[in-house]
Design a protein around this ligand. Structure first.
Ligand SMILES: [Zn+2]
Length: 308
């Protein structure tokens, strides 16, 4: 009997409840709040293991990419259970994860936005109407399915201080000059509670590696600017081999101000954006099993690292 529901949209309420249930069922899994949104939802983190290698996996930076939250929750449950039952994950004995890593997961960076897209925020409510007003600036983008931003209309993955001015220039030239469903960078880097909470948490953890889960495209982005990160190419190639996804250079127009960009720039350690699945966001839930299967090798390898 599994705790994580993979056949219904992952609302904030369901995510919150799921984290609590996993933490209750499996003492190896801890949970904490790392911040709150403008509308009072918690941004939550889970942790598994007590080893020396710290890694941080994030998902749902973008509202209509909420299926990635389910991926991380499922992984947290599967790994926690395997540790308790002395089983294995992806053919790897689970005790290796517990002894060698501390895996932190932030499954839903943008809970306010996710609730708009998943129906967690009812149509006609104050939050819904405020978002719809902002969406009115961009009538060509479908509402609410095209919504990626937080509910203040800021794109959280364009909020990080790594080429933020370039991102601003690119997005402004594309017409994203005001708060709305996507691609508005905000007035300055790290002005939003969600991106600030994740940046603070990352500084606090000082992780060896980060993953940022997005949809879609079956691509793995591993570079920022021309920074040479030791070990990143080898890891990226292994992720590509295990998932069947393509290891790719980030397209120039989306090459700045993202979370992985900031991580690579600041730490010079491996940071990856994984664009899971294929199709139009939000991806349909019937892709979940295949997305999860393709990403389990990435998650386990990211946790343990490559053998020296
Ligand atoms: Zn995204």
């Amino acid at each position: 009997m599994s705790i994580v529901q993979t056949d219904v949209p992952m609302t904030y309420g369901l995510c919150h409840e799921t984290i609590a249930k996993i933490a209750e069922a499996y003492p190896v899994c801890g949970s904490r709040s790392i911040g709150t949104t403008a509308y009072g939802r918690e941004i939550e983190a889970m942790s598994i293991g007590s080893g020396g290698r710290t890694v941080l996996f994030t998902a749902a930076h973008h509202a209509n990419e909420w299926i990635t939250a389910t991926v991380l929750l499922k992984f947290a449950e599967e790994l926690s259970r395997a540790i308790l039952e002395k089983g294995s994950v992806y053919g790897i004995p689970a005790n290796l994860f517990e002894e060698n890593c501390q895996i932190f997961l932030v499954p839903m960076v943008d809970p306010d936005g996710v609730d708009l897209v998943t129906g967690g925020t009812p149509q006609g409510s104050v939050q819904w109407e405020k978002a719809r007003n902002l969406a009115g600036n961009y009538p060509a983008i479908s509402f609410p399915n095209g919504w990626k931003a937080n509910l203040l209309g800021i794109d959280l993955n364009l909020q990080y201080p790594a080429g933020w001015l370039q991102a601003r220039e690119i997005k402004f030239s594309q017409g994203y000059t005001r708060p709305g469903p996507r691609d508005y960078v905000g007035k300055a880097p790290l002005t939003q509670r969600e991106s600030r909470a994740l940046a603070d948490f990352t500084r606090y953890l000082d992780p060896a590696l980060i993953l940022a889960y997005h949809t879609q495209g079956e691509q793995i982005y591993w570079k920022y600017d021309d920074i040479d990160v030791p070990g990143a190419l080898a890891l990226g190639q292994e992720f590509a081999r295990l998932s069947g996804y393509a290891l790719a250079e980030t397209p120039y127009v989306s090459g700045f101000a993202g979370y992985k960009d900031w991580f690579i720039k600041t730490w010079r350690r491996p940071g990856f954006t994984i664009e899971a699945g294929l199709g139009e966001n939000p991806l349909p839930l019937n892709q979940f099993d295949s997305i999860y299967a393709k990403n389990l090798g990435i998650l386990t390898t990211a946790a343990l690292g490559l053998p020296e």
